[in-house]
Design a protein around this ligand. Structure first.
Ligand code: C2E
Ligand code: MG
Ligand code: MG
Length: 635
């Protein structure tokens, strides 16, 4: 038999949900029915009472068997209805749970109602009246509760057949009565059948709705790709914790975790594998932070909440977890923690602080955890101050140029051949700030152009003043950020300043750091071509500090190679420094580049550079950066 037909006939097994739904519906039906029956039969009892009184008054008192036989029907039905009502109410209240007992009581109650209907229907029929009591009870039993089609068909057939046989036995039925009873049977069965199917379709709709709601609730609280709680859940949980934090003995910390180098994993194994790794890692974190809270913050960032005392051990477990999943890509777990202090702490701000702490140890290979402390707080405040005040610093002249001399080295003369312009922020609150405090922050917020344009203008103004004063001038090299080339037209601005102060391009050199050249190659190439056409000398700064130094030499055309001071730092202690420097100088010469070594601090270093043919040198040995262009110390 086809499954649809089986279902239609009520022969297919209903799911637990649908069965429970039908039971719930039948409980409600049983309550309505029992209440109606109790009210009706009480009314009937009262009319019976009136009948007895009136008969007695008329001098024709009813005899006891007559009274008992009539009252027994009403009282019996009321008693059964009362039992059904009590059980069903307790079922609704959750005090009893058996659906089977409900069904059994309903069957018993229905049979009682039908027998009642047959009895009183027959009484009326014998008196030549309508069989309304029977009709009412059959509609009542087959129309209000829900019965599966086959049992409904069988039960209604027995009821109508039995009733017909009973009355026909007492008074032979006419054709009209036969037809009426047959029509009533069909109508009753159809009502029962359609009620059953309507309830079934309601059940499936309600189920769909409930499942959709469940899914929506899940989506609202969980991160779909990783299957762990999302930030909505996390924020809610932390907010609840904060409300009672003053009464807690335990100190809680927000832990922010970042999977460093995750892009490389995506690059190597593909995005699908990357998603898989994040899911596995997130699921693993649920075990690491067992009975605590962990959620996905965004991308490859996660947050957790745990006892401050266990933060280091949890982060270590998370680190080991990541190591076990990372394949051949070097992924590092970096974590920052911020301890929640009082109810005024804000969840978002707490996560931000934990993230700031985490960012402090980026690129520090040996550190996985950083705890937010006062030092970081100060740095964060200063950072915010820098962003909010960069315009003011430029306008009020807090941005100053310091000049560091560059000397000729190949001829050993130590003669001045240029200056490097280095920015300082001379702040009324924080004092003289070195570039590492503000350059990165300004780059992060794409505000670095404001500072660099200011430096360029000051350098041009200083050169003009010196030329006007009849002084001998040497070229000044300017540092550019990678972002300068995105934020404004560098050749155009240099040209504008050159015109404004009447400074030839031969007096301005352009330093670009090696790390700036790994991105947006084509656009940068074009800008560099324009600068070369304008006869600016192009310098590659910090050569050897990045990963792709040699590629940069291959892909870009420079005039001067500034060798990173890291190479000199170990000299002469590190035996490898000398040969490496010598090889770099030889290579640069082969490529037709002028060489300049940064960070010269001793005479010995200078003499070595001279011996290997390095063209120029710069460093504290000749002079530190100074607001006044100092002559280099004599060699
Ligand atoms: P850089 O361009 O490589 O500048 C050289 C840095 O090395 C300067 O640090 C200088 O003071 C320092 N230095 C020079 N000789 C020695 C030495 O013998 N020993 C040691 N230990 N250090 C020495 P500073 O001025 O702190 O600048 C740091 C970096 O900030 C610069 O590195 C440059 O990348 C960036 N920077 C400086 N001024 C500007 C600017 O106006 N614009 C941009 N975009 N970046 C700038
Ligand atoms: Mg430089
Ligand atoms: Mg440098």
């Amino acid at each position: 038999m086809g499954s649809r037909l089986k279902k239609w006939l009520g022969l297919a097994r209903n799911s637990k949900y649908v069965s429970a739904f039908l039971t719930r519906g039948n409980v409600r039906a049983a309550i309505y029915m029992s209440v109606i029956v109790i009210v009706l039969e009480c009314w009937m009892l009262s009319t019976l009472g009136q009948n007895i009184v009136q008969s007695a008054a008329a001098g024709k008192p009813r005899d006891l068997p007559w009274i008992v036989s009539h009252a027994a029907w009403y009282v019996g039905l009321i008693a059964i209805a009362a039992v059904v009502l009590t059980y069903c109410i307790r079922f609704v209240q959750g005090k009893v749970k058996s659906g089977k007992v409900v069904q059994a009581l309903l069957v018993l109650f229905s049979v009682a109602c039908l027998v009642f209907g047959v009895h009183f229907g027959n009484n009326s029929y014998i008196k030549g009246e309508q069989v309304l009591a029977f009709a009412t009870m059959t509609l009542f039993v087959f129309g209000i509760p829900t019965w599966p089609p086959i049992p409904a068909l069988v039960a209604s057939a027995i009821t109508f057949g039995g009733f017909y046989a009973y009355i026909d036995h007492n008074v032979p039925a006419t054709l009209g009565t036969q037809v009426n009873l047959f029509t009533l049977w069909i109508a009753t069965f159809v009502v029962s059948l359609s009620s059953y199917h309507q309830r079934l379709s309601e059940a499936s709709k309600e189920r769909e709705l409930e499942e959709t709601n469940k899914r929506l609730r899940h989506i609202a609280s969980y991160d779909e790709p990783t299957g762990i709680p999302n930030m909505h859940t996390y924020r809610g949980a932390v907010a609840v914790l904060l409300e009672g934090i003053d009464e807690l003995d335990t100190h809680f910390s927000v832990v922010y975790m970042d999977v460093e180098n995750f892009q490389a994993y995506n690059g190597r194994y593909g995005f699908a594998a990357g998603d898989h790794l994040l899911r596995d890692f997130a699921q693993g974190l649920l075990e690491v932070f067992d009975n605590e809270l962990v959620a996905r913050f965004s991308d490859d960032h996660f947050v957790a909440l745990c006892d401050t005392a266990v933060v280091p051990e949890r982060v270590e477990s998370a680190r080991q977890l990541l190591n076990s999943l990372r394949g051949e890509v070097r992924l590092h777990l970096k974590a920052g923690a911020y301890e929640l202090t009082d109810e005024h702490d804000d969840v978002g701000l707490a996560c931000d602080k934990a993230r700031v702490a985490c960012n402090q140890i980026k690129r520090m290979a040996d550190k996985s955890l950083c705890i937010y402390d006062e030092k970081i707080e100060l740095a964060v405040t200063r950072k915010r101050y820098i962003i909010n005040n960069v315009k003011r610093a430029v306008n009020e002249g807090w941005i100053k140029v310091f000049y560091q001399p560059v000397i000729r080295c190949s001829d050993g003369s130590g003669e001045l051949c240029g200056y490097e312009a280095l920015a300082r922020w001379d702040d009324p609150t924080y004092g003289l700030l070195p570039p590492f405090v503000f350059i990165e922050t300004l780059e992060e917020h794409r505000e670095i152009d404001k500072l660099d344009r200011c430096i360029i203008e000051q350098v041009c103004r200083d050169l003009r003043a010196e030329i006007d004063a009849g002084k001998q001038v040497v070229p000044v090299s300017l540092n550019f950020s990678r972002l300068d080339f995105e934020l404004y037209d560098v050749p155009g601005f240099l040209d504008e300043m050159g015109h404004k102060y009447n400074i030839p391009s031969s007096l301005l050199d352009v330093e670009i750091t090696e790390s700036a050249l790994t991105q947006q190659m084509r656009e940068l190439q074009n800008t560099m071509d324009s600068l070369r056409e304008e006869r600016y000398s192009l310098w590659l700064d910090d050569f050897g500090s990045g990963y792709s130094s040699l590629n940069v030499l291959k892909d870009f055309q420079f005039n001067v190679l500034k060798i990173d001071m890291a190479f000199l730092r170990g000299f002469p202690g590190n035996k490898k420094s000398g040969p490496i420097l010598s090889a770099i100088v030889d290579l640069a010469k082969d490529l037709g580049l002028v060489t300049l070594c940064e960070g010269v601090e001793t005479l010995e270093q200078f003499e070595f550079l001279h011996s290997i043919g390095c063209d120029r040198a710069q460093g504290y040995y000749f002079g530190k950066p100074d607001p006044v262009k100092q002559l280099p110390a004599a060699v």
